[in-house]
Design a protein around this ligand. Structure first.
Ligand code: NAD
Length: 367
């Protein structure tokens, strides 16, 4: 058995379906706090090791979010662009059948790379229970991510951290990388709460306006012209966004955007990680050592998994927003208190591990 530490892995299920040619893997890392929760990605080069790493990361993310979920992840090794819609559906249904023994008792699925609410509806339909997965369409009892739970959670985490620093969000300047699902909602809420968003980027570049950009204007221009850079203001390279003189920087699109080549030029006093892994841990440490407050990805962007939990409970979107607010605010606060404004990722990991260890001890898995 592949067992890397006292936490897991509990199950590594590799499956193959002769009829469709579907090859997949479902990794359940730890279920002490509840069924392992993690998405299914459909990519041609997915490996068992990659899925194992992602499953372990979900254990910490779900524990830090304080949800009754363990950690898990799945992968289907295929290039979905080479499949017809019927073949893609057949792969998803075959995968569901092959892992049905562990769903939903030990594993609850969700969307990930190249899987959407459509595939989640097929997965749940194949197993005959809406409890099989989250991220389903509203029409079959889902809470789709279009509601903006992740961007809302990022904004809440930021607001709590600003207050913890003894400051007021009102008038603080913000730069946001990416104007997709997460970036748009983060901007919407931060603007509502008085922050001044001065820079936003998308794949075409950055738009910078010292006097502030307006959420409604950017939504309009993005819909009409396909890019935020068509808005009035100074047009800069996408990478320049990170070096702007702002109070709060929100990386919300790609990994590794803060790196050894630009970390010395970061002027923000807070980095709220909306994207996954926008900076490696050693780079985060450079930031933290110079007094920057870093809100780690798995704390700040947990709104999506919290929304998934609300979906499994059958709650509506209004309740979901309240739960996201309560959990992200509480978890950000205890992390900042423990970190004493320094190594926030280390503090959050310690909290997550303590929560999982407690559950394991209570179940008699650990002495
Ligand atoms: P999305 O596809 O909706 O939006 C991505 C945005 O990034 C688009 O506006 C795109 O134009 C922009 N972009 C692409 N290349 C860029 C570049 N070079 N410079 C600046 N912007 C660029 O994606 P999303 O759902 O908003 O997710 C963004 C990040 O947040 C990803 O890292 C994702 O893993 C992470 N995340 C998302 C969720 C969620 O619920 N959506 C949850 C947790 C983490």
């Amino acid at each position: 058995m592949r067992r890397e530490d006292e936490f897991g892995f509990e199950k590594v299920i590799e499956v193959y379906d002769q009829k469709t040619g579907m090859q997949g893997v479902c990794v359940i890392h730890n279920t002490a706090r509840g069924p392992g929760k993690g998405g299914i990605r459909m990519v041609p080069d997915v490996t068992v090791e990659e899925v194992m790493g992602l499953a372990r990361a979900m254990t910490w993310k779900n524990a830090m979010a304080d949800l009754p979920f363990g950690g898990a992840k799945s992968g289907i090794r295929v290039d979905p662009r080479k499949l017809t819609p019927e073949q893609k559906e057949a792969h998803m249904r075959a995968f569901a059948r092959k892992i049905k023994e562990v769903v939903p008792g030990e594993y609850i699925a969700g969307p990930d790379m190249n899987t959407t609410e459509k595939e989640m509806a097929q997965f749940a339909d194949e197993l005959g229970t809406p409890k099989a997965c989250t991220g389903k369409p509203l029409s079959v009892g889902g809470l789709p991510h279009e509601l903006g739970s992740t961007g809302f959670g990022v904004a809440i985490s930021t607001r709590v951290a600003v207050k913890h620093m003894g400051k007021d969000l009102h008038g603080m300047t913000v730069a946001i990388e990416g104007f997709g699902n997460v970036g748009t909602f983060a901007m919407k809420f931060l603007e509502e709460w008085g922050a001044k968003v001065v820079a936003v980027s998308d794949s075409k570049g950055t738009i910078y306006a010292k006097d502030g950009l307006r959420y409604a204007d950017l939504m309009k221009i993005k819909a009409e012209k396909g890019t935020v850079t068509a808005e009035k203001g100074e047009k800069l390279d996408a990478a320049k966004l990170f070096e702007l003189p702002v109070d709060i920087l929100i990386p919300g699109a790609r990994p590794d955007v803060i790196h050894k080549g630009n970390v010395a030029n970061i002027k923000a006093k807070m980095v709220a990680e909306a994207a996954n892994l926008p900076a490696k841990y050693d780079i985060e440490q450079v930031l933290m050592n110079k007094g920057v407050v870093v809100l780690p990805d798995f704390v700040a962007n947990a709104g999506g998994v919290i929304s998934s939990y609300c979906e499994t409970m059958g709650w509506d979107s209004e309740t979901m927003f309240k739960v996201v607010e309560g959990k992200i605010a509480g978890n950000t606060k205890i992390m900042l208190e423990r970190a004493d404004n320094h190594d926030t990722r280390k503090a959050a990991m310690e909290i997550a591990k303590e929560r999982v260890s407690d559950a394991m001890r209570n179940r008699g898995w650990l002495r």
